[in-house]
Design a protein around this ligand. Sequence first.
Ligand SMILES: Nc1nc2c(ncn2[C@@H]2O[C@H](COP(=O)(O)OP(=O)(O)OP(=O)(O)O)[C@@H](O)[C@H]2O)c(=O)[nH]1
Ligand SMILES: [Mg+2]
Length: 218
Amino acid sequence: MDDTVTADPPARVQPASAARIGIGGPVGSGKTALIERLIPELGQRGIECAVVTNDLVTKEDALRLQRSGLISPDRVRAVEAGACPHTIIREDPTLNIAAADELSRQFPGASVILIESGGDNLASTFSLDLVDYWMFVIDTAGGDDIPRKRGPGVVRSDLLVINKTDLAPHVDVDLDLMQEQADAVRSGRPVILTNCRDNQGITAVVDQLCHDVLFVDA
Ligand SMILES: Nc1nc2c(ncn2[C@@H]2O[C@H](COP(=O)(O)OP(=O)(O)OP(=O)(O)O)[C@@H](O)[C@H]2O)c(=O)[nH]1
Ligand SMILES: [Mg+2]
């Protein structure tokens, strides 16, 4: 008698779903500029991505990325936020979840979906129903007192990016002090300085994402 136990066929291996990474921050701090720098750096490491943008009543940022030549235009979706950009990333993120789901279905090889919030104030945060991880982007020209003001984005984001370091000397910002004050309110969560104009600090951001959210060696 054949007493071999026939095992159930192995469950189909599901591709790990794409990590959803939110990018929030005040108007003009450099969220889209950061995405423009992250896409090639991720690509060099073999990490495919797709992008969801949120603008108030236009598709400006999506069009900018689609025309950039950095990413296939069909990997970029625009969500129009209407009057309150934070509402659709926090209170009711349904539209953003639908856009990210659609990109995941269409591009199963994508490991990362970057979700740019519409530019908002220091209080904006992401719903954890929408993202696995979120960055908050501020810039030196917004003032070195921003970390001291302890807004939720500065304090609670997984990664704080202080962009436009090139402008610091022109706006009398002491970068070391700004970083020190940011560190002081973040209970050990990371802070990275970037200059998206000259592509500085981007490697450090991608290293951090690889370590914290993609779980691949940097
Ligand atoms: N000097 C300098 N300018 C930058 C840097 N990063 C972005 N900018 C400029 O800052 C302006 C705003 O950048 P965006 O990337 O559009 O900012 P954003 O946060 O996406 O803006 P919204 O989506 O409108 O909230 C643009 O003119 C960028 O060229 C930087 O590191 N240094
Ligand atoms: Mg933008």
